[in-house]
Design a protein around this ligand. Sequence first.
Ligand SMILES: Cc1cc2nc3c(=O)[nH]c(=O)nc-3n(C[C@H](O)[C@H](O)[C@H](O)COP(=O)(O)O)c2cc1C
Length: 395
Amino acid sequence: MTTLATNVLGIDFENPFILASAPPTAKIESLDKAFSLGWGGAVLKTITPDDLEMIDASPRYASWKMGNRVCGFENIELLSHLTVQQWIDGIAFLRKKHPTKVQIASIMAPVFKEEWQKLVKALNNAAIDAFELNFSCPHGMPEKDIGMAIGTSAEASAMITEWVKEAAEKPVFVKLSPNVSNIAEIAKAVEMAGADGLAAINTVQSLMGVDLDTFEPQPNVNGQSTFGGYSGIAIKPIGLRCVAQLRQNSKLPILGIGGISSWRDAAEYMCVGADVVQVCTEVMINGYGVIETMKKGLFNYLSSKGFNSPADLKNKAIDKLSAHRSLNKQKQVYPQIDRELCGKCGKCATICAESEHSALSLTASGIVLNPKACVGCSLCSHLCPKSAIKMVNAD
Ligand SMILES: Cc1cc2nc3c(=O)[nH]c(=O)nc-3n(C[C@H](O)[C@H](O)[C@H](O)COP(=O)(O)O)c2cc1C
Protein backbone atom coordinates (compact mmCIF):
# COMPACT_ATOMS: atom_id res chain seq x y z
CA MET A 1 0.00 0.00 0.00
CA THR A 2 1.37 3.40 -0.97
CA THR A 3 1.44 6.19 1.62
CA LEU A 4 2.59 9.80 1.52
CA ALA A 5 3.64 9.55 5.16
CA THR A 6 7.31 9.75 6.00
CA ASN A 7 9.50 10.06 9.08
CA VAL A 8 12.50 12.34 9.46
CA LEU A 9 14.58 12.32 12.65
CA GLY A 10 11.69 10.69 14.50
CA ILE A 11 9.23 13.37 13.34
CA ASP A 12 6.14 11.97 11.58
CA PHE A 13 5.08 13.88 8.47
CA GLU A 14 1.62 12.85 7.21
CA ASN A 15 2.76 14.01 3.77
CA PRO A 16 6.09 15.42 2.57
CA PHE A 17 4.78 18.88 1.63
CA ILE A 18 5.37 21.62 4.17
CA LEU A 19 5.20 25.40 3.87
CA ALA A 20 8.53 27.26 3.85
CA SER A 21 9.18 30.10 6.28
CA ALA A 22 7.58 33.14 4.57
CA PRO A 23 4.35 35.21 4.46
CA PRO A 24 2.12 32.09 4.17
CA THR A 25 3.45 31.01 7.61
CA ALA A 26 3.46 34.44 9.25
CA LYS A 27 0.05 34.35 10.97
CA ILE A 28 -1.56 31.77 13.23
CA GLU A 29 -4.97 32.06 11.47
CA SER A 30 -3.30 31.41 8.10
CA LEU A 31 -1.44 28.37 9.43
CA ASP A 32 -4.72 27.04 10.82
CA LYS A 33 -6.24 27.30 7.32
CA ALA A 34 -3.19 25.76 5.61
CA PHE A 35 -3.22 22.76 7.96
CA SER A 36 -6.97 22.28 7.43
CA LEU A 37 -6.36 22.27 3.66
CA GLY A 38 -3.87 19.42 3.93
CA TRP A 39 -0.32 20.74 4.28
CA GLY A 40 1.84 18.30 6.25
CA GLY A 41 3.38 21.07 8.33
CA ALA A 42 5.05 24.45 8.22
CA VAL A 43 8.27 26.23 8.98
CA LEU A 44 7.09 29.33 10.83
CA LYS A 45 8.06 32.78 9.58
CA THR A 46 11.49 33.47 11.11
CA ILE A 47 11.16 34.36 14.79
CA THR A 48 13.64 36.88 16.25
CA PRO A 49 14.22 38.42 19.70
CA ASP A 50 11.45 40.96 20.44
CA ASP A 51 13.87 43.88 20.59
CA LEU A 52 15.31 43.34 17.09
CA GLU A 53 13.93 46.21 14.99
CA MET A 54 11.91 44.98 12.01
CA ILE A 55 10.73 47.73 9.64
CA ASP A 56 9.63 46.49 6.23
CA ALA A 57 9.78 48.51 2.99
CA SER A 58 6.96 49.23 0.54
CA PRO A 59 6.82 47.83 -2.06
CA ARG A 60 8.80 44.78 -1.09
CA TYR A 61 8.24 42.55 -4.12
CA ALA A 62 9.18 42.50 -7.82
CA SER A 63 8.56 39.81 -10.42
CA TRP A 64 9.70 38.48 -13.77
CA LYS A 65 6.80 37.20 -15.85
CA MET A 66 6.33 35.23 -19.08
CA GLY A 67 2.82 36.22 -20.15
CA ASN A 68 0.77 35.95 -16.98
CA ARG A 69 3.02 33.35 -15.36
CA VAL A 70 5.29 34.62 -12.57
CA CYS A 71 8.55 32.77 -13.26
CA GLY A 72 10.85 34.62 -10.89
CA PHE A 73 9.88 36.50 -7.76
CA GLU A 74 12.03 38.89 -5.74
CA ASN A 75 11.44 40.01 -2.18
CA ILE A 76 13.17 42.36 0.22
CA GLU A 77 10.95 41.35 3.14
CA LEU A 78 12.37 41.01 6.63
CA LEU A 79 11.33 38.59 9.37
CA SER A 80 8.32 37.89 11.63
CA HIS A 81 6.52 40.79 13.28
CA LEU A 82 4.98 38.61 16.02
CA THR A 83 6.55 38.53 19.48
CA VAL A 84 8.08 35.33 20.85
CA GLN A 85 5.17 34.97 23.29
CA GLN A 86 2.62 35.40 20.47
CA TRP A 87 4.38 32.53 18.67
CA ILE A 88 4.43 30.32 21.76
CA ASP A 89 0.68 30.84 22.26
CA GLY A 90 -0.04 30.36 18.56
CA ILE A 91 2.01 27.17 18.34
CA ALA A 92 0.09 25.76 21.34
CA PHE A 93 -3.24 26.62 19.69
CA LEU A 94 -2.19 24.96 16.43
CA ARG A 95 -0.81 21.88 18.21
CA LYS A 96 -4.13 21.37 19.98
CA LYS A 97 -6.23 21.87 16.86
CA HIS A 98 -3.89 20.05 14.42
CA PRO A 99 -1.96 17.52 16.54
CA THR A 100 -0.51 15.65 13.54
CA LYS A 101 0.96 18.68 11.73
CA VAL A 102 4.68 19.36 11.93
CA GLN A 103 5.67 22.79 13.23
CA ILE A 104 9.27 23.91 12.79
CA ALA A 105 10.43 27.15 14.41
CA SER A 106 12.69 29.17 12.12
CA ILE A 107 14.88 31.43 14.23
CA MET A 108 17.44 34.17 13.78
CA ALA A 109 19.23 36.41 16.30
CA PRO A 110 22.18 38.80 16.49
CA VAL A 111 25.53 37.02 16.76
CA PHE A 112 25.72 36.70 20.54
CA LYS A 113 25.54 33.33 22.30
CA GLU A 114 23.09 34.66 24.95
CA GLU A 115 20.70 35.98 22.28
CA TRP A 116 20.54 32.68 20.33
CA GLN A 117 20.31 30.54 23.46
CA LYS A 118 17.63 32.76 25.05
CA LEU A 119 15.46 32.40 21.94
CA VAL A 120 16.01 28.65 21.76
CA LYS A 121 15.24 28.17 25.46
CA ALA A 122 12.03 30.21 25.15
CA LEU A 123 10.90 28.00 22.27
CA ASN A 124 12.06 24.68 23.80
CA ASN A 125 8.86 24.71 25.83
CA ALA A 126 6.66 25.51 22.84
CA ALA A 127 5.02 22.60 21.06
CA ILE A 128 7.41 22.65 18.10
CA ASP A 129 8.95 19.59 16.45
CA ALA A 130 12.28 21.13 15.43
CA PHE A 131 14.26 24.29 14.90
CA GLU A 132 15.42 25.69 11.56
CA LEU A 133 18.28 28.19 11.77
CA ASN A 134 17.91 30.96 9.22
CA PHE A 135 21.53 31.63 8.25
CA SER A 136 20.57 32.53 4.74
CA CYS A 137 18.27 35.53 4.21
CA PRO A 138 20.13 37.69 1.63
CA HIS A 139 18.67 41.04 2.75
CA GLY A 140 17.62 40.44 6.38
CA MET A 141 19.94 41.73 7.68
CA PRO A 142 23.60 41.34 6.67
CA GLU A 143 24.41 44.88 7.86
CA LYS A 144 23.63 43.59 11.38
CA ASP A 145 25.77 40.49 10.72
CA ILE A 146 22.75 38.17 10.60
CA GLY A 147 21.00 36.19 7.86
CA MET A 148 23.27 35.48 4.90
CA ALA A 149 26.17 37.18 6.67
CA ILE A 150 26.25 34.05 8.87
CA GLY A 151 25.53 31.50 6.14
CA THR A 152 28.35 32.65 3.88
CA SER A 153 30.90 31.94 6.63
CA ALA A 154 31.59 28.30 7.55
CA GLU A 155 33.13 29.46 10.82
CA ALA A 156 30.17 31.63 11.93
CA SER A 157 27.67 28.96 10.84
CA ALA A 158 29.45 26.29 12.87
CA MET A 159 29.80 28.53 15.91
CA ILE A 160 26.09 29.41 16.05
CA THR A 161 25.04 25.81 15.35
CA GLU A 162 27.10 24.78 18.39
CA TRP A 163 25.45 27.45 20.57
CA VAL A 164 21.99 26.34 19.46
CA LYS A 165 22.74 22.62 19.87
CA GLU A 166 23.96 23.29 23.41
CA ALA A 167 20.54 24.77 24.32
CA ALA A 168 18.06 23.02 22.00
CA GLU A 169 15.87 20.17 23.17
CA LYS A 170 14.56 19.51 19.64
CA PRO A 171 16.32 18.53 16.39
CA VAL A 172 18.10 21.40 14.62
CA PHE A 173 18.02 21.95 10.84
CA VAL A 174 20.30 24.59 9.33
CA LYS A 175 18.88 26.51 6.36
CA LEU A 176 21.68 27.17 3.91
CA SER A 177 22.25 29.94 1.37
CA PRO A 178 22.85 29.25 -2.32
CA ASN A 179 24.88 32.49 -2.45
CA VAL A 180 28.19 30.77 -1.69
CA SER A 181 30.82 29.20 -3.90
CA ASN A 182 30.69 25.83 -2.12
CA ILE A 183 27.48 24.98 -0.25
CA ALA A 184 28.85 21.56 0.76
CA GLU A 185 31.66 23.24 2.69
CA ILE A 186 29.18 25.20 4.84
CA ALA A 187 27.10 22.02 5.28
CA LYS A 188 30.15 20.07 6.47
CA ALA A 189 30.96 22.79 8.99
CA VAL A 190 27.46 22.76 10.52
CA GLU A 191 27.33 18.96 10.47
CA MET A 192 30.60 18.85 12.43
CA ALA A 193 29.08 21.40 14.83
CA GLY A 194 26.17 19.05 15.54
CA ALA A 195 23.38 20.01 13.10
CA ASP A 196 20.79 17.24 12.84
CA GLY A 197 19.59 18.16 9.36
CA LEU A 198 19.94 20.62 6.48
CA ALA A 199 17.42 22.81 4.65
CA ALA A 200 18.19 24.30 1.23
CA ILE A 201 17.83 26.66 -0.44
CA ASN A 202 16.94 30.10 0.76
CA THR A 203 16.50 32.78 -1.91
CA VAL A 204 19.16 33.63 -4.52
CA GLN A 205 20.53 37.15 -4.17
CA SER A 206 19.23 39.25 -7.05
CA LEU A 207 18.48 42.60 -8.64
CA MET A 208 15.22 42.39 -10.57
CA GLY A 209 15.66 45.28 -12.99
CA VAL A 210 16.09 49.00 -13.64
CA ASP A 211 13.42 51.45 -14.91
CA LEU A 212 15.03 52.94 -18.02
CA ASP A 213 13.13 56.25 -17.77
CA THR A 214 13.87 57.06 -14.15
CA PHE A 215 16.96 54.82 -13.69
CA GLU A 216 15.41 53.51 -10.48
CA PRO A 217 16.22 49.89 -9.66
CA GLN A 218 13.31 47.55 -8.77
CA PRO A 219 11.54 47.19 -6.42
CA ASN A 220 11.49 50.96 -6.22
CA VAL A 221 11.30 52.08 -2.59
CA ASN A 222 11.02 55.85 -2.81
CA GLY A 223 13.65 56.04 -5.55
CA GLN A 224 16.08 53.51 -4.06
CA SER A 225 16.32 49.74 -4.01
CA THR A 226 18.47 47.01 -2.51
CA PHE A 227 19.57 43.52 -3.52
CA GLY A 228 16.79 41.05 -2.76
CA GLY A 229 16.07 37.34 -2.68
CA TYR A 230 14.96 35.52 -5.86
CA SER A 231 12.52 32.62 -5.62
CA GLY A 232 9.90 30.73 -7.65
CA ILE A 233 10.18 28.36 -10.59
CA ALA A 234 13.21 30.18 -12.03
CA ILE A 235 15.39 28.99 -9.14
CA LYS A 236 14.47 25.30 -9.20
CA PRO A 237 17.61 24.25 -11.12
CA ILE A 238 19.76 26.06 -8.53
CA GLY A 239 17.91 24.44 -5.64
CA LEU A 240 18.15 20.98 -7.20
CA ARG A 241 21.86 21.41 -7.78
CA CYS A 242 22.43 22.54 -4.20
CA VAL A 243 20.42 19.67 -2.70
CA ALA A 244 22.25 17.16 -4.91
CA GLN A 245 25.61 18.59 -3.80
CA LEU A 246 24.54 18.37 -0.17
CA ARG A 247 23.45 14.75 -0.63
CA GLN A 248 26.74 13.87 -2.35
CA ASN A 249 28.57 15.16 0.71
CA SER A 250 26.32 14.35 3.66
CA LYS A 251 23.97 11.72 4.99
CA LEU A 252 21.96 14.20 7.08
CA PRO A 253 18.23 14.57 6.33
CA ILE A 254 17.51 17.39 3.87
CA LEU A 255 14.45 19.64 3.59
CA GLY A 256 14.46 20.54 -0.13
CA ILE A 257 13.35 24.05 -1.11
CA GLY A 258 13.39 26.26 -4.21
CA GLY A 259 10.96 26.72 -7.08
CA ILE A 260 8.73 23.78 -6.22
CA SER A 261 5.39 24.34 -7.96
CA SER A 262 4.18 20.79 -8.61
CA TRP A 263 4.41 17.20 -7.39
CA ARG A 264 6.93 16.58 -10.18
CA ASP A 265 9.31 19.21 -8.80
CA ALA A 266 8.95 17.66 -5.35
CA ALA A 267 9.67 14.18 -6.72
CA GLU A 268 12.79 15.45 -8.50
CA TYR A 269 14.05 17.02 -5.26
CA MET A 270 13.56 13.64 -3.53
CA CYS A 271 15.46 11.86 -6.32
CA VAL A 272 18.50 14.03 -5.53
CA GLY A 273 18.28 13.62 -1.77
CA ALA A 274 15.43 15.59 -0.18
CA ASP A 275 13.47 13.83 2.58
CA VAL A 276 10.59 16.31 2.49
CA VAL A 277 10.05 19.54 0.56
CA GLN A 278 9.06 23.09 1.42
CA VAL A 279 7.00 25.41 -0.78
CA CYS A 280 6.74 29.20 -0.63
CA THR A 281 6.36 31.24 -3.84
CA GLU A 282 3.91 28.84 -5.52
CA VAL A 283 1.60 29.30 -2.52
CA MET A 284 2.07 33.08 -2.57
CA ILE A 285 0.97 33.08 -6.23
CA ASN A 286 -1.76 30.42 -6.26
CA GLY A 287 -2.83 29.93 -2.64
CA TYR A 288 -2.77 27.07 -0.13
CA GLY A 289 -5.16 25.01 -2.32
CA VAL A 290 -2.27 23.86 -4.56
CA ILE A 291 -1.56 21.19 -1.94
CA GLU A 292 -4.44 19.05 -3.23
CA THR A 293 -2.97 18.40 -6.71
CA MET A 294 0.54 18.11 -5.28
CA LYS A 295 -0.52 15.33 -2.90
CA LYS A 296 -2.66 13.52 -5.46
CA GLY A 297 0.02 13.70 -8.15
CA LEU A 298 2.80 12.41 -5.90
CA PHE A 299 0.62 9.63 -4.53
CA ASN A 300 -0.35 8.42 -8.03
CA TYR A 301 3.25 8.60 -9.20
CA LEU A 302 4.59 6.65 -6.22
CA SER A 303 1.96 3.93 -6.59
CA SER A 304 2.46 3.70 -10.37
CA LYS A 305 6.16 3.08 -9.72
CA GLY A 306 5.47 0.52 -7.00
CA PHE A 307 7.00 2.70 -4.28
CA ASN A 308 5.62 2.43 -0.75
CA SER A 309 6.42 5.97 0.39
CA PRO A 310 8.42 9.12 -0.47
CA ALA A 311 11.40 7.51 1.30
CA ASP A 312 11.63 4.96 -1.55
CA LEU A 313 12.27 7.77 -4.02
CA LYS A 314 15.07 9.32 -2.01
CA ASN A 315 18.49 9.48 -3.75
CA LYS A 316 17.28 7.57 -6.84
CA ALA A 317 19.18 9.94 -9.17
CA ILE A 318 22.24 10.58 -7.04
CA ASP A 319 24.46 7.83 -8.49
CA LYS A 320 23.71 9.15 -11.97
CA LEU A 321 25.48 12.46 -11.26
CA SER A 322 29.21 12.54 -11.95
CA ALA A 323 32.02 14.83 -13.06
CA HIS A 324 31.97 15.97 -16.71
CA ARG A 325 35.14 13.97 -17.39
CA SER A 326 33.35 10.76 -16.38
CA LEU A 327 30.44 11.15 -18.82
CA ASN A 328 30.30 8.62 -21.67
CA LYS A 329 31.11 10.69 -24.76
CA GLN A 330 31.27 7.81 -27.24
CA LYS A 331 27.60 8.01 -28.23
CA GLN A 332 25.89 10.92 -29.95
CA VAL A 333 22.23 11.88 -30.37
CA TYR A 334 20.75 13.39 -33.57
CA PRO A 335 17.67 15.55 -34.27
CA GLN A 336 14.63 13.67 -35.53
CA ILE A 337 12.24 16.04 -37.27
CA ASP A 338 8.50 15.38 -37.15
CA ARG A 339 7.50 16.36 -40.72
CA GLU A 340 3.83 16.75 -39.75
CA LEU A 341 4.60 19.24 -36.97
CA CYS A 342 7.44 21.12 -38.74
CA GLY A 343 6.32 24.58 -39.93
CA LYS A 344 9.36 24.90 -42.29
CA CYS A 345 10.21 28.25 -40.71
CA GLY A 346 13.93 27.47 -40.97
CA LYS A 347 14.73 28.79 -37.48
CA CYS A 348 16.60 25.62 -36.55
CA ALA A 349 18.76 25.83 -39.69
CA THR A 350 19.60 29.51 -39.14
CA ILE A 351 20.47 29.08 -35.48
CA CYS A 352 22.45 25.89 -36.12
CA ALA A 353 24.55 27.77 -38.69
CA GLU A 354 24.98 30.82 -36.45
CA SER A 355 25.84 28.71 -33.42
CA GLU A 356 28.75 26.88 -35.03
CA HIS A 357 27.61 23.71 -36.81
CA SER A 358 25.52 24.26 -40.00
CA ALA A 359 24.10 20.74 -39.76
CA LEU A 360 20.53 21.65 -40.76
CA SER A 361 19.27 23.27 -43.95
CA LEU A 362 15.85 24.34 -45.16
CA THR A 363 14.98 22.88 -48.57
CA ALA A 364 11.77 22.79 -50.62
CA SER A 365 10.96 19.42 -49.02
CA GLY A 366 11.62 20.63 -45.46
CA ILE A 367 14.53 20.55 -43.00
CA VAL A 368 17.43 18.28 -43.98
CA LEU A 369 20.11 17.04 -41.60
CA ASN A 370 23.77 16.63 -42.53
CA PRO A 371 24.78 14.01 -39.92
CA LYS A 372 28.50 14.61 -40.54
CA ALA A 373 28.18 18.25 -39.42
CA CYS A 374 25.87 17.52 -36.48
CA VAL A 375 27.47 17.27 -33.02
CA GLY A 376 24.21 16.37 -31.25
CA CYS A 377 24.23 19.48 -29.06
CA SER A 378 20.38 19.56 -28.99
CA LEU A 379 20.03 23.35 -29.43
CA CYS A 380 17.54 22.91 -32.32
CA SER A 381 15.21 20.78 -30.17
CA HIS A 382 15.00 23.50 -27.52
CA LEU A 383 14.11 26.38 -29.82
CA CYS A 384 11.77 24.83 -32.42
CA PRO A 385 8.56 26.91 -32.13
CA LYS A 386 6.46 23.83 -33.03
CA SER A 387 8.28 21.35 -30.76
CA ALA A 388 8.87 19.27 -33.90
CA ILE A 389 12.43 18.19 -33.08
CA LYS A 390 13.33 15.29 -30.78
CA MET A 391 16.89 14.12 -30.07
CA VAL A 392 17.30 10.36 -30.64
CA ASN A 393 20.11 7.79 -30.68
CA ALA A 394 21.59 6.99 -34.08
CA ASP A 395 20.58 3.30 -33.95
C1 LIG B 1 8.32 37.05 0.62
C2 LIG B 1 9.27 36.01 1.15
C3 LIG B 1 9.63 36.02 2.48
C4 LIG B 1 10.50 35.06 3.00
N1 LIG B 1 10.82 35.07 4.32
C5 LIG B 1 11.64 34.11 4.83
C6 LIG B 1 11.91 34.05 6.21
O1 LIG B 1 11.40 34.83 7.03
N2 LIG B 1 12.75 33.08 6.63
C7 LIG B 1 13.34 32.18 5.80
O2 LIG B 1 14.08 31.29 6.25
N3 LIG B 1 13.07 32.20 4.47
C8 LIG B 1 12.24 33.14 3.97
N4 LIG B 1 11.94 33.13 2.64
C9 LIG B 1 12.57 32.13 1.75
C10 LIG B 1 11.65 30.92 1.54
O3 LIG B 1 11.43 30.22 2.75
C11 LIG B 1 12.26 29.93 0.50
O4 LIG B 1 13.48 29.45 1.01
C12 LIG B 1 12.51 30.57 -0.85
O5 LIG B 1 11.47 31.46 -1.19
C13 LIG B 1 12.65 29.53 -1.96
O6 LIG B 1 11.49 28.74 -2.10
P1 LIG B 1 10.34 29.02 -3.22
O7 LIG B 1 11.02 29.10 -4.55
O8 LIG B 1 9.37 27.90 -3.06
O9 LIG B 1 9.73 30.34 -2.86
C14 LIG B 1 11.05 34.08 2.12
C15 LIG B 1 10.67 34.06 0.78
C16 LIG B 1 9.79 35.00 0.28
C17 LIG B 1 9.39 34.95 -1.18
